[in-house]
Design a protein around this ligand. Sequence first.
Ligand code: R5P
Length: 296
Amino acid sequence: MNTRLFHLFAHPELVQNLSKALNCPAVPIHIHQFPDKEIVVKIDVECQDKELFLLTSLEDPNSKLLALIFAAHTLRQYGAQNIHLITPYLPYMRQDKVFEPGQGISAHFFAQLIGPHFDSLVTVDPHLHRIHSLDAVYPIACQTLHCAPLLAKWIKDTVPNPVLVGPDSESQQWCQAVAKGEHFPYMTLEKTRKGDRRVDIQAKHLGRYSEHTPVLLDDIISSGHTVLAVCQMLCSLGFNPPIVVAIHGLFAQNAYEMLRPHCQTICTTNAIEHDTNQIDLTPLIAKALKGLLKAS
Ligand code: R5P
């Protein structure tokens, strides 16, 4: 394929798989940090590409933002025309309203900060809740990919007689999409967030699913307290530790260690590199990127 896959902070396995699937070379972008902590971006090659992909991984976004923007400038400095940003996890999307008086809406600010440096954005299941489409906040063309069929396949192949359990109304969309093709039963619970690490889940009577294997399904695991609260609720209702499936495993601080004893298995996609990655997003992303090149 007549393009290149530049990468910065990206998941190495995803870089390799995508480069193979697209039949195009993967080119690293280097960052040098000076003793005073300023940085410089360096690319190894001339960059006359009409279209190029920049694959990144934007968990812990504050530590990466400046380098990402400098990378876009550097690629253009050496001749790049259209830069398509591929970030399987899109950060800041949960900050989609003023939750407390005086707060800013970070989802908008972040979109305005990175959008103008790229020509298009490709991402996987961003947290679209109160913001219904990325086009409402990003000033560039955006492609939102959905990995529900991949999650459904993993659940079908791995879990006997599953019932999907979403922790809150926000997870309804993912439960519905995953349940659809395979006709899995699903239900969503009621969550009240009382703080960054304080979550209450309203227990629901799951009696009619007592013969099923609960699969806790969510888009993001961050502090892990949402998953923990659901596990505790299921345990109080007499269920075995559930299987947990999430798209984006952020696992802030010790979240993974905290959750492990409460779950039978934790499965995530490789949107973010983690030991729990069991679902490969390569086919989904590769198909979208091939479509982008065809359209260009
Ligand atoms: C929120 O609406 C999301 O869908 C997740 O439920 C949430 O981000 C999980 O956060 P934490 O792991 O910190 O409870």
